[in-house]
Design a protein around this ligand. Sequence first.
Ligand SMILES: *[C@@H]1O[C@H](CO)[C@@H](O)[C@H](O)[C@H]1NC(C)=O
Ligand SMILES: *[C@@H]1O[C@H](CO)[C@@H](O)[C@H](O)[C@H]1NC(C)=O
Ligand SMILES: *[C@@H]1O[C@H](CO)[C@@H](O)[C@H](O)[C@H]1NC(C)=O
Length: 448
Amino acid sequence: MELAPRTCPELLLLLLLGLSTGAVIDRPAEEGKEIWGYVTVRKDAHMFWWLYYATNPCKNFSELPLVMWLQGGPGGSSTGFGNFKEIGPLDSDLKPRRTTWLQAASLLFVDNPVGTGFSYVNNSDAYAKDLATVASDMMVLLKAFFDCHKEFQMIPFYVFSESYGGKMAAGIGLELHKAVQQGTIQCNFAGVALGDSWISPIDSVVSWGPYLYSVSLLDDQGLAEVSEIAEQVLDAVNKGLYKEATMLWGKAEMVVEKNTDGVNFYNILTKSTPESAAELSFEFTQSHLVRLFQRHVRHLQEDDLSQLMNGPIRKKLKIIPEDCFWGGQSTSVFQNMEGDFMKPVVSIVDELLEAGVNVTVYNGQLDLIVDTMGQEAWLRKLKWTELPKFNQLRWKPLYTDPKSSETSAFVKSYKNLAFYWILRAGHMVPSDQGDMALKMMRLVTRQE
Ligand SMILES: *[C@@H]1O[C@H](CO)[C@@H](O)[C@H](O)[C@H]1NC(C)=O
Ligand SMILES: *[C@@H]1O[C@H](CO)[C@@H](O)[C@H](O)[C@H]1NC(C)=O
Ligand SMILES: *[C@@H]1O[C@H](CO)[C@@H](O)[C@H](O)[C@H]1NC(C)=O
C-alpha cells in the first residue's frame, strides 16, 4: 500500500476503518483555524471533539498551551455549553466573547462520556457506567488526536474542567500521566485544573447546611432538616451503597429547596427559575434519576443552546449523522452513571499529587452544589506528604484590574498543588467572572 507522503498513518487507518475523520475549515488568519471530528473509542461508541487554534495577535498557537475543557453532568456538552456559554470564541448569540480563553490557549472541547452532546452510541450497552471507562475512552480519543495532530505534541497540555468534569479530569489525568510515561500517548501533559469539581460529593452534601445557615438561607429548623438528610447520605456512602446514596442526594436537594424558598444550587444569590419549579412538581411522579437529570443536566442544554447546536452549528459541522441530535442521549449518559455519582475520587487526586502532576483546584464562592467548604474538607483528607506545608501558607489576593482594589480571588500554592477561591462566582466560574477565569487560566498555564 502506498502512503501519500504527508498523510498521517493513524488518519489513514481511521479512513480504512471507515470512521469519520473530521473536517478542516481554513479561515482567514484573524478568525483562526478550527477542526473537528469523531473518534470511535469503543465498539458502538463515537466521541465528538472540536479544536480551535489559539488566536493571539502577537503569538503563534505553537507558543501557547493547549487546554482541553470538560463539562459536567455527566451528560453536559463541552462543545456546546463550555464553548458557547463559558470560554469559546463566540457566545450563544454568535457574538465574539471578550473573555474567551482562545486569546491565551488553543481549546479542545470534547463531548464525553459518549452519548453527550454530538457524541453518540449505537447500542445502549455502550454507555459508560464508571469513571474507569470514561478515562479509557478518553485515552483512545487523545491518542488519536495527538497522533494525527503532531503540532500539539510538544505544547503544554492542560485539562480544565467543571463539576462532574472535574471528577473525570482527575481520572483522565492519572491515566494520561501513565500513558505518557509508557509512551503510548505523545503529549506534553502539564496538569489538571478541577473547577467546582465533584471530587468528594459527600463533603459537599454535609456542608450544605452550615454554608446556607451562615449566609441566612436556612433557619434553625431548616438546618436541622438539611443536616438530618445529609447524615443519611453520609451513612449510605460509608456503607458503599452508592445507588442509594444517589437517591438520597436527590432527596437532600429537595429538602434544601423547600427550606430556602428555592435557592439556585449553582449560585446562591439567585433563585431557581419558576419554570424549573413547575418542572419539579411535574417530575415528582418520575424516577429520582430523571429528576436529578432535570436538575443537573437540563440547565446545560437550555433551549437557546439546543436550537443553536441543532441548527446553525450542526449545519456548519456537516459531519453530524442525520439522526444524531445534540443532547439527544444525555439522559441515558446520566442514568448510566448512577452507581458512580457519589463515589469519591480523593485518592486519585492523591495519586496525581504523588506522581508530580500539577493539580489546581478552583471554586466559586457562591456555588452551593459544590460549595467551597466541601472542597476544603476533602482537601484536608489528602494523604499527600506536602499537605501540612500547603496548609501553613497564607493566601494571597488577586485583582483582575491592577488599578482597582476590588479583590477578585485568593490563591495559595505549594509545590504542585494550587487552590483558587474565586469571589462573586457560582458554579460556572467563567460565566460569572470571565476576567478572573481568564486570568486564572493564564496563571495556571504559566503565562503571568
Ligand atoms: C506557527 O507554528 C507552526 C508550528 O510550529 C508553524 O508550522 C507555522 O509556520 C507557524 N506560523 C507562523 C505564522 O509563524
Ligand atoms: C449509529 O448511530 C448513528 C447516529 O444515530 C447513525 O447515524 C448510524 O447509522 C448508526 N450506525 C449503525 C451501524 O447503526
Ligand atoms: C507545575 O507547578 C510548579 C510549581 O508551582 C511550577 O514551577 C511548574 O512550572 C508547573 N509546571 C507546569 C507545566 O505548569
